[in-house]
Design a protein around this ligand. Structure first.
Ligand code: NAP
Ligand code: ZN
Length: 349
């Protein structure tokens, strides 16, 4: 066993603080990665505070991990010591079901093993990336082609893939009008990726102060969603909308902006349900509402390679781990530009 320094919370209203975790010694198919950077996803906050009512304590969040490989099992051959590698939201899955065989491990029929708050091999609780080191089955470890700005690469393996996967699945490209709802960690990656894919991108935000940033990130237009006139101007015009909002809200406002056969994809996962949409918003134009969960391992690698090729990284605020509780409070106020990333060196301080 390996003892590792980490940050954990012991209950829904407790702050995060120093904690020790035990990692298994790397098995033949494992790699051990010393965590250099870990992004802070809103899912970390939902989980730390038991907002989804499934948290096992103590809880060590973190599923946007970039680090350096420090040990490689005898049967692991994708990585060697010293390589830079990434780990996202999953560390294992059954590998046998139809979804796994289709490279869609996130939809594993037996449930994938989440990087944190998941069930590990001995069905123990998994601990995530707010930690100095992690041991992961090699087939769930991603290669990083970026050679610089590694802190800004970390958010790609959750915020990046969660937005890339639906954009690809719904064939977004030139000629498509795409709405992105919410400019946070996921939203800012959605803008960058949809823009790089050649779509016409419109951001919907509750924060008028983010408009200039949105244009810099690649949005062609910005709509302040509280402004009825601005919303009405886009009625019946979108092929696709990606909703990244972390809190419940009226979906009809966005459904009514879709063209005939347009799709509203929900990736935001609020702890309380959205008000049920009006059936008339759906039936008159055969509109669809769908959901999407992160992405498979192969697609996550494809996304990382796409980002490296297009020079895409996340816009980040680098923080020491000691600032994590304050970062959560700021995230709740939609006050982050546009992803906090923990510099894991700070854990040794
Ligand atoms: P985030 O950085 O906090 O961004 C969420 C954004 O939503 C905010 O910046 C804000 O944008 C908007 N927003 C927040 N509260 C709102 C409210 N009451 N009404 C309207 N808009 C509001 O969060 P994130 O890390 O991007 O994650 C977003 C959601 O996706 C979370 O629920 C997270 O758990 C979920 N998630 C899902 C998956 C998946 O696989 N489906 C993966 C990762 C995360 P504006 O200021 O622009 O309005
Ligand atoms: Zn996440």
């Amino acid at each position: 066993m390996i003892n590792a320094k980490a940050y954990a919370t012991h209950g829904p209203t407790n702050p995060l603080g120093p904690f020790q975790v035990k990692r298994r010694s790397p098995g033949p198919e494992d790699v051990q990665i010393d965590v250099l950077f870990c992004g802070v996803c809103h899912s970390d906050l939902h989980t730390a505070r038991d907002e989804w009512k499934n948290t096992i304590y103590p809880c060590v969040p973190g599923h946007e991990i970039v680090g350096r490989v420090v040990a490689v099992g005898s049967k692991a051959n994708k990585f060697k010591e010293g390589d830079i590698a990434a780990v996202g939201c999953m560390v294992d899955s059954c590998g046998r079901c139809e979804s796994c065989l289709n490279g869609l491990e996130q939809y594993c029929e037996e449930g994938f093993v989440a990087t944190y708050n998941g069930r590990g091999p001995g069905s123990e609780n998994t601990f995530g990336g707010y930690s100095e080191t992690i041991v992961v089955k090699e087939s769930f470890v991603l290669k990083v082609a970026h050679t610089e700005n590694l802190a800004a690469v970390a958010p790609l393996v959750c915020a990046g893939i969660t937005t890339y996967s639906p954009l690809r699945h719904w064939s977004i490209g030139p000629g498509k009008k795409v709405g992105v709802v919410g400019l946070g960690g996921l939203g800012h990656m959605a803008i960058k990726l949809a823009h790089a894919m050649g779509a016409h991108v419109v951001l919907f935000t509750t924060s008028p102060g983010k408009a200039e940033d949105a244009r810099r990130l690649g949005a062609d237009e910005v709509v302040v969603s509280k402004n009825q006139n601005e919303m009405a101007a886009h009625k019946n015009s979108f092929h696709f909308m990606l909703n990244t909002v972390s809190a419940p809200h009226r979906l009809d406002d966005y459904l009514n902006l879709l063209k005939r056969d347009g799709t509203l994809v929900l990736v935001g996962a609020p702890s309380e349900p959205h008000p049920s949409p009006d059936v008339f918003s759906l039936v008159f134009k055969r509109r669809q509402i769908a959901g999407s969960l992160i992405g498979g391992i192969q697609e996550t690698q494809e996304m990382l390679d796409f980002c490296a090729k297009h020079g895409i990284v996340s816009d980040i605020e680098l923080i020491p781990i000691q600032a994590i509780n304050e970062a959560y409070e700021r995230m709740l106020k939609s006050d982050v530009k546009y992803r906090f990333v923990i510099d894991m060196k700070s854990l040794k301080a």
